[in-house]
Design a protein around this ligand. Structure first.
Ligand code: 1CP
Length: 360
């Protein structure tokens, strides 16, 4: 193991405090997909460089990670990368088709093809560029805010590997689950191992919190998610926590509201992310005081202008309260969002929550 790297002292720790349920002077806010195509300066970088080249160039990845922070007073940065760097590290080709999204020219359609998937993976060899980007970005942040690392969850990664892209009806992937449950577990376990090593490497490189994105959790029934989703999420959280108990772990299982209780009881995560399909009070009832919550403004509110954004943010804050809470959207920024949207949202979270806290 390498020696611990020295980083600048953290000046704004309200995000980390909220993850652990400590008191904060205002509610922290960051935005999923805060770096990306709604930013003209991001599009400018992408005009000359392919998506995965940005991911693989620590200088460029660092530059686009910092872009949203230079515009908005966000309370955390998230490293610019993609969940699909993990399948790439396992030897699968992934292309990013402009205007469409990720595409696997040779998806793993049949369990017999599992032998094509490289395993085990030395993440330091295959994903060292992400670790370098994290280290550089944490240095360049100069302690302004903490830096979040991330991975896709095993189930979500498996859907891309088998379907070959997003937005399908998951028929290939679910055929695996129903027809080949053992091989599905084998594949999920392989992905889980790589995710754990990848997250541990991100912490060593400078990540101060980690989020696991299970963006396609919504595609499984509660019964199937209990068998093919949750156990792997719990394994990831527990193994990372065993080595780094102080690093906050966030789990965002989109569309799996029924899983909140079990995930909160597992002790594997400090924070659970919510989409906009659950009201905050119900979510809090499910999880009790065991975890912090993150979310969950409908991203489409950001199209509606300053007044509506403030109104909806105020309702959201009133419902979540200011403790054990991190404001965010219920999913990522859209490429078509107006640039004024996140500005109003971030300002509304800070100013309204500060007033709420000072009143108490
Ligand atoms: O051409 C481009 O620039 C591509 C657009 C883009 C961007 C900006 C993609 C393709 N990925 C990203 C960056 C990205 N992806 C980040 C950056 C950090 C930040 O948040 O600022 C993160 C965290 C991700 C994670 C990611 N990638 C997820 C999980 C989060 C979510 O939104 O649910 C998923 C599902 C992906 C796959 C992916 N990559 C890109 C797209 C358009 C998609 C989703 C498309 C789909 O399958 O429907």
């Amino acid at each position: 193991m390498t020696e611990e790297i020295k980083f600048p002292e953290l000046k704004n720790d309200i995000f980390l405090k909220a993850c652990k349920g400590e008191e904060v002077p205002r509610v922290p806010v960051w935005i999923m997909r805060q770096a990306g195509r709604y930013l003209p300066e991001f599009k400018q970088v992408r005009a000359d460089v392919d998506f995965f080249t940005v991911c693989r160039s620590p200088e460029l990845a660092c530059k686009v990670t910092l872009q949203p922070l230079d515009r908005f007073p966000l309370d955390a940065a998230i490293i610019f990368s993609d969940i699909l760097v993990v399948p790439q590290a396992m030897g699968l080709e992934v292309q990013m088709i402009p205007g469409k999204g990720p595409h696997f020219p040779n998806p793993v359609r049949d369990p017999a093809e599992l032998s094509r998937v490289e395993f085990p993976v030395n993440v330091y060899e295959k994903l060292g560029y992400v670790f370098d980007a994290l280290t550089l970005t944490r240095q360049r942040l100069e302690g302004r805010v903490p830096l979040i690392g991330f991975t896709g969850a095993p189930w979500t990664l498996m859907t891309y590997c088998i379907e070959g892209g997003g937005g399908s009806n998951m028929s290939n992937c679910k055929t695996w689950i129903y027809k080949h449950p053992q091989e599905s577990h084998k594949f999920l376990q392989m992905l889980t191992r790589v995710c754990i090593d990848y997250l541990l490497g991100q912490i060593k490189a400078g990540a101060q919190a980690l989020q696991v994105f299970d963006s396609w959790a919504v595609e499984l029934s509660p019964e199937l998610y209990k068998e093919f989703g949750i156990p792997y999420l719990v394994q990831i959280g527990k193994e990372v926590k065993a080595q780094y108990p102080d690093i906050p772990l966030i789990c965002f299982a989109k569309g799996a509201n029924y899983a909140l209780e079990e995930l909160s009881e597992s002790g594997a995560y400090d924070v659970l992310g919510l989409d906009w399909t659950i009201d905050p009070k119900t979510a809090r009832e499910y999880v009790g005081d065991r975890v912090s919550l993150q979310g969950n403004l409908d991203p489409c509110v950001l199209y509606a202008g300053d007044q509506v954004i403030r109104q909806e943010t105020e309702k959201m804050l009133a419902s979540f309260g200011t403790r054990r809470y991190i404001a965010n959207l219920g999913h990522g920024m859209h490429p078509t969002h107006p640039i004024e949207g996140p500005a109003s949202f971030v300002d509304a979270v800070h100013s309204i929550s500060e007033k709420m806290i000072n009143k108490n």
